[in-house]
Design a protein around this ligand. Structure first.
Ligand code: ZN
Length: 499
């Protein structure tokens, strides 16, 4: 049984800068902590029983119903407001920042927070239940109405410690200072989201993936006012369950060639393999890690081929999961070289590596034996055709590969780009036919006396925008090279003619 996640609240404290941008507060967790020790994170922590108590929620500016409405899901009203109170209690406990009103509904006096309330700060650190009593005695109201709900993060089912964390944006109260609780916060930093991302990349600031995900979303909201009014959506990376053994995560790298983005597949149950971690985007990596964790222990990363939109996320994903990388090619990060026909068992799934050169000489497809399904990488796409560009791309190899895949008669194709293909036989025949047609057109062009690739492209791709002609030229070169190895054409410098 997976552990039930602990509810938690995380606070993104933002301070406006003169130019309208803002900095956020990152606090260091003590080295000794089991969960992300030594790293820089947003303040916050687990929901305490006292947070949703009548005593504390009575000191809240926001009502229970308003709190539930802000979280926007079927969440118990008492618990919703408890999360808002938890956010402000944790904020006070960890860094001494008190977001509250006095009895006249004015912001609490910063001088009092610094001088008079200091003993309470330490007390709340020892016992969260004392927070309500302190607020009542000082006739303070928690400014829960100033918190802006900013998404939710649930750790994978297999995590040793699970959290269902709610994120809140909070304005840094004017005149107050960060007074860290030395037992909980050894260090802190005010930093813009983009500077934090840069420092994480430079490895001068250790920031765990969940925090990075949030920072990446915040970096897209550069203005303080915009942030405080919640006029933005937390960025989501989508995942899709295709079968009991297969889930995909869509990488945020849409483009002309990649369609909506690269499909990263998570295959197996109990134990899983991750095929083609595509990009180093933190929100995407976090989703891949979570989806993998929900299905089992990650065993390894598989790579279909070494193009950047298939390996861009290998480093962060393997770092997060502590797994190796298996591929056909020899690359510095590859820990296991696979050869044609090799079987890989992950949990309840059996994968067979199939060497499929053509798009790339090192290309592997993976057959999921239990489902007679084929992960085809860039050999077959869910839309359009794929690029065969020399020197690494080879049309003769590619045609052989398509014939071989067709002879294996898969029931389903999971492509790296585009939707799942449920009639692989028809699709593969269509692909083969398309290339044969193209080859015939090339031969026709040569017969008509066209000798240079640009001229052949102009004729065959007359309908295609000029911007795509360089890509087309490489494809025609691939066809000519194939025809040359078939002995049907000969090359003379940049020109080609029929043999
Ligand atoms: Zn590729």
């Amino acid at each position: 049984m997976p552990a039930v996640p602990r509810h938690a609240a995380t606070v993104i404290v933002a301070a406006a800068r003169p130019d309208g941008s803002y900095e956020v507060l990152l606090t260091q967790r003590p080295d000794t902590m089991a969960f992300m020790g030594g790293t820089y994170v947003f303040p916050g922590g687990a929901l305490d029983e006292a947070d949703a108590s009548d005593e504390l929620t009575a000191r809240s500016a926001l009502s229970r119903d308003d709190a539930a409405a802000q979280l926007g899901e079927s969440v118990d009203a008492a618990q919703a407001l408890g999360l808002f109170c938890c956010a402000l209690r944790e904020l006070y406990e960890e860094v001494g920042v008190l977001l509250a009103y006095d009895s006249d509904r004015r912001p609490v006096d910063p001088a009092k927070v610094r001088n008079v309330y200091a003993p309470h700060h330490a007390e709340v650190g020892h016992d969260p239940a004392t927070f309500a009593g302190f607020l009542a005695a000082e006739r303070l109201t928690l400014a829960t109405d100033q918190l802006v709900a900013h998404g939710r993060l649930i750790t994978p089912e297999q995590s040793p410690i699970r959290f269902d964390a709610r994120f809140f944006i909070a304005p840094m109260p004017e005149g107050q200072a960060v007074l860290p609780n030395p037992n909980e916060v050894p260090d802190y930093v005010w930093i813009t989201p983009s500077a934090a991302l840069q420092r994480a990349q430079d490895k001068t600031l250790a920031i765990p993936i969940p925090t990075l995900s949030m920072l990446q979303g915040l970096a897209e909201v550069p203005g303080y006012e915009q942030l405080m009014h919640g006029k933005h959506k937390a960025r989501e990376v989508e995942a899709f369950d295709h079968s009991p053994l297969v889930t995909s995560v869509l990488a945020p790298n849409p483009g002309l060639m990649s369609g909506a983005g690269t499909n990263t597949y998570i295959v197996g149950r109990g134990e899983v393999a991750i095929i083609d971690p595509a990009v180093a985007d933190a929100v995407y990596v976090e989703r891949v890690v979570r989806e993998a964790g929900n299905r089992g222990r990650a065993a390894l990363v598989l790579v279909t081929h070494m193009h950047i939109d298939h390996i861009g996320g290998v480093a962060p994903v393997t770092e997060q999961l502590g797994v190796g990388v298996a591929a056909f090619a020899d690359a510095p990060f590859v820990t296991r070289r696979l050869h044609d026909g090799e079987h890989i068992t992950v949990g309840e799934a059996t994968l067979r590596a199939i060497h499929t050169p053509g798009h790339a000489s090192d290309h592997l497809c993976f057959e999921l034996v239990e489902e007679r399904a084929m992960f085809t990488g860039d050999v077959v796409a869910g839309f359009g055709t794929v690029v065969i560009a020399p020197p690494d791309g080879n049309m003769l190899d590619y045609m052989t590969t398509l014939e071989r895949l067709r002879s294996l008669q898969p029931d389903r194709i999971y492509p790296a780009h585009g939707p799942v293909i449920d009639d692989p036989g028809a699709k593969l025949s269509e692909y083969i036919e398309h290339r044969r047609d193209r080859e015939r057109q090339v031969v026709d062009a040569l017969e008509a006396g066209l000798a240079s690739i640009p001229k052949i492209v102009e004729r065959i791709y007359a309908e295609v925008p000029k911007a795509l002609h360089p890509v087309a030229e490489r494809s025609i070169l691939a066809h000519l090279e194939k025809l040359s190895s078939d002995g049907r054409v000969v090359r003379a410098g940049d020109d080609w003619r029929l043999a």
